[in-house]
Design a protein around this ligand. Structure first.
Ligand SMILES: *[C@@H]1O[C@H](CO)[C@@H](O)[C@H](O)[C@H]1NC(C)=O
Ligand SMILES: *[C@@H]1O[C@H](CO)[C@@H](O)[C@H](O)[C@H]1NC(C)=O
Ligand SMILES: *[C@@H]1O[C@H](CO)[C@@H](O)[C@H](O)[C@H]1NC(C)=O
Ligand SMILES: *[C@@H]1O[C@H](CO)[C@@H](O)[C@H](O)[C@H]1NC(C)=O
Ligand SMILES: *[C@@H]1O[C@H](CO)[C@@H](O)[C@H](O)[C@H]1NC(C)=O
Ligand SMILES: *[C@@H]1O[C@H](CO)[C@@H](O)[C@H](O)[C@H]1NC(C)=O
Ligand SMILES: *[C@@H]1O[C@H](CO)[C@@H](O)[C@H](O)[C@H]1NC(C)=O
Ligand SMILES: *[C@@H]1O[C@H](CO)[C@@H](O)[C@H](O)[C@H]1NC(C)=O
Ligand SMILES: *[C@@H]1O[C@H](CO)[C@@H](O)[C@H](O)[C@H]1NC(C)=O
Ligand SMILES: *[C@@H]1O[C@H](CO)[C@@H](O)[C@H](O)[C@H]1NC(C)=O
Length: 577
């Protein structure tokens, strides 16, 4: 017995045991023998806890950098259960958690990790692990949480991970993994969260994933997955997050997926998917909070049933081929935060195209409204001024809008971006635009606005881009524009502006991107303050009636003279690149 017992143990343990008398040793030996041979106590064999120690040391040995000294405590003077990042179980000295996350570790992951057979959780998140995921990880059948995200792991996902049959969370996002998703992973019956986003994975999404009967989140965005979205995913009755954006998926979205009532977040922008949105969408997906299907080839009308998608926060179809009138009653979407219908042939160029804005005023949390580059016609409805004061981004450019800007715009005091370029808008810019003190970008270019430039614009002190070109503005450039000390890009070209160029406007040293005053009726000298514009990328004052000499201060910049009729100084365009 003693002999066979001794054979069970390695030397350091024997030395430890020899400190006791023979009877005690025998007793200990018998107890331990019992433990190692009964399934209940198998965990506590000395042999097994030594295996864990060796495995941890092997993991440490493959780290080439540990700048924060996480593993400096991993030495013989401390029991491994007290090593940083290591947690052992209560009843036994086996590692159940290994947490090496957020320590700037560099190295590869040792295959010895597969010997930590009691492991329930491992996280290497946010380090610089490189090399492949050892297939030995698949031996960890008790593992529930595996988080290797934000590293530089390469190679393929080992099919052996299917051996981790108790996995609840598998996070491999933000790595350099290649190859296909092994179909074997479909057997992970307990898997709830499966993240592969931001890798270089390719091939099809395996139909076997339809067997992940507990899954709640599939996050596969930003890879190179191709082929169709498997119909089998429609079996995932517990799915609430499906992220497939920025891949090369083709075909239609299987109707069974548009029928998964548990879905809350569904994003698949930047693929080559086509087809229509089902007319019952708002009823079939009652929990939908985010739908982002932009930059695909979806067609047809926007389903009216979206009026009943009362949990919708974000709806984005940017860059699709949806057509027709927007017949959604947004009054039923009280929490809507972002509505992006841009770059679709929506609207019919008709007067009532923007009627839906009336109901949109009921969305009191709306912050982003992007209707740019569609076919919307008609006037901007008066109700526009009753849109949510939370609105920060409002884009209406590139449509067929006519009429003037409602003065109600003064209410939208949190706007940072207001763009209405390339429409047929007329009338004055209402002076109340000066109320929009948060504006950073104002683009009203390529319309038929007329009248004077309101000097109240000078009150928008954070403005960095002001584009009013290609309109019919008359009168002087307000000298108050010289107060716009954040302005980097000013374009007033192609109007009928007259008078002198105010010194404090052309001397605005914040102008670094462009100052374009070309094709107006400006007169007088080019003020010498122009030499303040040392960092300007582009200056154009051509096709005006300026006279006199080019101020000598311009000498430090390299003028690029464009050929053509008229005095040389009126052709001055210079590039400071
Ligand atoms: C292994 O476990 C035994 C009994 O629980 C303990 O006495 C021994 O110190 C442990 N050895 C190591 C290396 O942890
Ligand atoms: C072992 O780790 C302990 C705890 O971090 C530390 O105090 C000790 O200096 C280390 N011993 C050696 C030999 O590195
Ligand atoms: C642990 O794993 C490694 C590599 O997978 C293996 O070579 C070794 O024999 C295993 N067993 C022990 C007890 O360390
Ligand atoms: C991977 O799984 C296969 C099949 O189950 C098995 O034969 C092989 O030993 C496993 N590899 C490792 C490294 O565990
Ligand atoms: C992971 O890395 C990405 C990109 O570097 C970063 O945006 C993200 O915040 C990181 N995630 C975590 C949880 O640290
Ligand atoms: C799904 O699992 C069933 C058994 O549970 C199996 O017969 C079937 O082949 C699996 N489907 C796929 C697509 O792997
Ligand atoms: C959608 O769900 C309903 C009710 O659960 C079911 O009758 C219908 O067949 C499903 N349609 C599709 C395309 O899966
Ligand atoms: C769906 O929305 C419309 C428009 O808001 C509303 O009239 C209708 O009652 C809603 N239907 C259901 C079933 O909620
Ligand atoms: C805008 O809101 C105000 C105050 O809530 C209300 O009196 C007015 O009728 C509304 N105007 C429009 C056009 O909806
Ligand atoms: C700019 O703001 C000031 C102070 O709020 C106000 O008195 C002034 O009338 C405004 N200027 C214009 C041109 O609106």
């Amino acid at each position: 017995m003693l002999l066979s017992c001794a054979l069970l143990y390695n030397k350091p343990v024997l030395n430890f045991l020899l400190l006791f008398n023979v009877n005690t040793l025998l007793l200990l030996c018998i107890i331990t023998w019992l433990h190692s041979h009964s399934p209940v106590f198998a965990a506590t064999t000395l042999h097994a806890n030594e295996t864990d120690r060796l495995a941890l040391l092997a993991i440490k040995a493959q780290l080439t950098q540990d700048p924060l000294g996480l593993t400096s405590s991993w030495n013989d003077s401390l029991h491994f259960c007290n090593w940083s990042g290591v947690i052992c179980g209560h009843g036994h000295q086996r590692v159940i958690t290994l947490n090496l996350s957020y320590h700037d570790l560099v190295g590869s992951l040792s295959p010895y990790v597969g010997n930590l057979t009691f492991l329930r959780g491992i996280s290497l998140e946010q380090n610089y692990f490189h090399g492949e995921i050892p297939p030995e990880v698949g031996r960890l059948s008790g593992l529930r949480y595996l988080n290797f995200s934000n590293n530089s792991l390469s190679g393929e996902i080992p099919a052996n991970l299917s051996g981790c049959s108790n996995l609840i969370m598998l996070r491999l996002g933000f790595n350099k993994l290649i190859g296909k998703i092994p179909y074997q992973l479909g057997s992970l019956q307990k898997l709830e969260r499966f993240q592969l986003h931001y890798n270089n994975l390719s091939g099809p999404i395996p139909a076997s994933l339809g067997n992940l009967s507990s899954v709640r989140s599939l996050s596969f965005s930003v890879n190179s997955f191709e082929g169709t979205i498997p119909d089998a995913l429609g079996q995932l009755k517990t799915l609430n997050f499906l992220g497939l954006g920025l891949n090369q998926l083709t075909g239609i979205v299987p109707p069974s997926i548009f029928n998964l009532s548990s879905i809350t977040i569904f994003t698949l922008p930047f693929n080559q998917l086509h087809g229509n949105l089902p007319s019952n969408l708002g009823f079939a997906l009652p929990n939908l909070r985010v739908l982002n299907i932009g930059h695909n080839q979806f067609t047809g009308a926007l389903p009216e049933s979206l009026s009943n998608g009362s949990n919708l926060l974000e709806f984005d179809i940017n860059g699709s081929n949806f057509t027709g009138k927007v017949n959604i009653d947004f009054g039923g979407l009280p929490v809507l935060w972002s509505l992006v219908l841009a770059s679709n042939p929506l609207g019919r160029g008709e007067a009532d195209d923007l009627d839906f804005l009336n109901s949109l005023t009921k969305c009191r949390n709306l912050q982003i409204l992007d209707l740019s580059n569609d076919q919307f016609g008609g006037v901007i409805p008066i109700s526009f001024g009753n849109l949510s004061t939370e609105l920060v981004q409002l884009r209406l450019g590139g449509n067929k809008l006519w009429g003037s800007i409602p003065t109600g715009i003064k209410n939208l005091v949190n706007l940072t971006e207001l763009t209405m370029e390339q429409n047929n808008l007329t009338g004055n810019i209402p002076a109340v635009i000066g109320n929009l003190r948060m504006l950073r970008l104002l683009d009203l270019s390529e319309n038929q606005f007329s009248g004077n430039l309101p000097s109240s614009i000078a009150n928008i002190s954070q403005l960095y881009k002001l584009h009013l070109q290609s309109n019919n503005f008359t009168g002087n450039i307000p000298s108050s524009f010289g107060n716009l000390t954040s302005l980097q890009d000013l374009d007033l070209s192609q109007n009928y502006l007259s008078g002198a160029i105010p010194k404090n406007v052309i001397g605005l040293s914040s102008l670094t991107i462009s100052l374009n005053l070309a094709q107006n009726q400006l007169t007088g000298l080019l003020p010498s303050e122009v030499s303040n514009l040392k960092n300007l990328g582009h200056l154009d004052v051509s096709e005006n009636q300026l006279s006199g000499e080019i101020p000598s201060g311009l000498g430090s910049c390299i003028p690029e003279r464009t050929p053509g009729p008229g005095p040389v100084e009126e052709q001055l365009i210079w590039t400071n690149s």
